[in-house]
Design a protein around this ligand. Sequence first.
Ligand code: BEZ
Ligand code: FE
Length: 299
Amino acid sequence: MQQDLDQFSVTEAVLEQMSKTPDARLKQIMESLVKHAHAFARDVDLKPEEWLAGIAFLTEVGKTCTPSRQETILLSDTLGFSALVNILAANRQQAKSTDPSLLGPFYRAAAPLKQLGETIATKIDAPEIQFYGQVVDADGKGVPHAEITVWQTDAHGYYDMQIHGEDEMDHRAKFITDENGRYHFRSVRPLGYYIPMDGPVGRMINAQLRHGCRPAHTHFLIGAEGYEELVTSLYFGYDQYIGTDTVFGVSKSLIIMPEMDANAPIPGMEAVRYDFTIAPARAGGSGRVGADPSQLVKA
Ligand code: BEZ
Ligand code: FE
């Protein structure tokens, strides 16, 4: 029989209906979601027209997703939710690794494999810099044959897919570390950029008077047999938005500055030296907060 529900007992009624969920983790997540969502509606005394505006917004967020654009992840990013999930995952790790950062919407699984020392740019139209260092385990021992996927904007602040769509790859590559876990490659200084602002998330950012920018960075995804995948980025310390990233991806430990470095493999070229620490693999879950957008939407 239908009860007379009030603003609190409606929450209990939903929890009661869901109480037989056999999957214990699904039960825990859905119960908490319902409790927090109901508490939020009570907290702001949500009006019907506001609820409808929220539904329309989420509908548009979903419809904006394509095989090359993930507006739902962008929403999560701009609300700090992706950064929070990253922090929680890092807290769960038994061994310390390099701080993670967001995968972002511009990752492509099929980046071209290049030899150590090659450039990730197909055309060099800006001064070059080099990245070098070592992938090490928690004891500081080099991890041989680790796969490093790198991607960044060009020197003008654009990712390849923003210029060429799906058809061409540029400023992205995969490298394999040598016997001692060492890597080096050439690139150009990336530029900071606006997150995609022409959709519903951009409207939200504008409504909140936020600048919508990310500081200049280079993304790294590092994997090796027996290790947890590391998704991170290195952030260029001179960028004006280094302290106010729209998607909350910057940690102090990930801020770098290119400089002349007598120990760098390529003489006479500014260098960024960075050693990445990766942690032993755990059972279950990839630890990756993000995905290639084409894997989330059917073409
Ligand atoms: C990126 O770094 O590619 C990125 C991350 C989150 C939102 C937008 C862009
Ligand atoms: Fe990026």
